[in-house]
Design a protein around this ligand. Structure first.
Ligand SMILES: N[C@@H](CCC(=O)N[C@@H](CS)C(=O)NCC(=O)O)C(=O)O
Length: 222
């Protein structure tokens, strides 16, 4: 009934997969290769910039882009035992706030160094890398402060933690969590979550294509 269009290595695809595994909503996975014209056209019909992931609900005739929107949609129309947003509207704001934080201050920042290595040519990676590590460090300071005494980012496990898992997975390789014990412990809890373990296992065959293979720790390779 639901189809997810994306790639197992894509951080935003993983974010939605984690939510789907948590809620137990039934879905099929349509793997996208943005190197293929046909798949680029398919994604451009779902997301204005042609970005992954996308979601189609065949039963309701709904097509959505934006990982956070997809997760809210699934939580509303296919709720499972684990809810992605708290029922209380004010508590839900906090979940959305931290989801945005992980997307804007961690995931998108991390993506800039990936873009520098892949697309920007000789000499760019070094200054971009300095900027990225500095911004990530600022985000880690804020997160370490926020996470002290908390198990999850905003109440029970939910939307914000789905965003956090892949964001921290990739960002932590670029700039490790040294000196941020609450953040490092939170990341270990995310790694132990079966939903994220499953998403990571599915990404394993492609992890060699992460543009910083030299930074992938041994424990993530198997
Ligand atoms: N805000 C979007 C971001 C989606 C996004 O950046 N997707 C990446 C993959 S993780 C992508 O499609 N990149 C291809 C490109 O930049 O051309 C979301 O939450 O879904």
């Amino acid at each position: 009934m639901l189809t997810i269009y994306g790639h197992p290595l894509s951080s935003y695809t993983q974010k939605v997969l984690v939510a789907l595994y948590e809620t137990g909503a039934p879905f099929t996975f349509h793997q996208i290769d943005l190197g293929q014209e046909e798949d680029r056209a398919l994604m451009a019909g779902i997301e204005p910039m042609g970005l992954m992931p996308g979601l189609k609900d065949h039963a309701r005739g709904v097509i959505l882009s934006q990982s956070s929107v997809m997760i809210e949609y699934v939580d509303r129309h296919y709720p499972g035992k684990v809810r992605m947003l708290p029922a209380d509207p004010d508590a839900a704001l906090s979940a959305r706030q931290w989801d945005r934080f992980f997307d804007f201050q961690v995931m998108q920042v991390m993506q800039q160094i990936v873009g520098a290595r892949l697309f920007m040519g000789e000499g760019v990676e070094e200054p971009v890398g300095r900027f990225v590590r500095d911004r990530l460090e600022r985000a880690y300071v804020a997160l370490d402060h926020h996470l002290k005494g908390r198990e999850w980012a905003a109440g029970d496990f939910g939307l914000a933690d789905c965003a956090a898992a892949p964001a921290l997975f990739y960002a932590g390789m670029i700039h490790p969590f040294a000196g941020h014990p609450a953040l490092a412990a939170y990341f270990e809890r995310l790694l132990a979550r079966p939903s994220f373990q499953r998403a990571r296992t599915e990404a394993l065959p492609w992890l060699q294509y992460f543009p910083f293979p030299e930074l992938v720790p041994q424990r993530f390779r198997a």
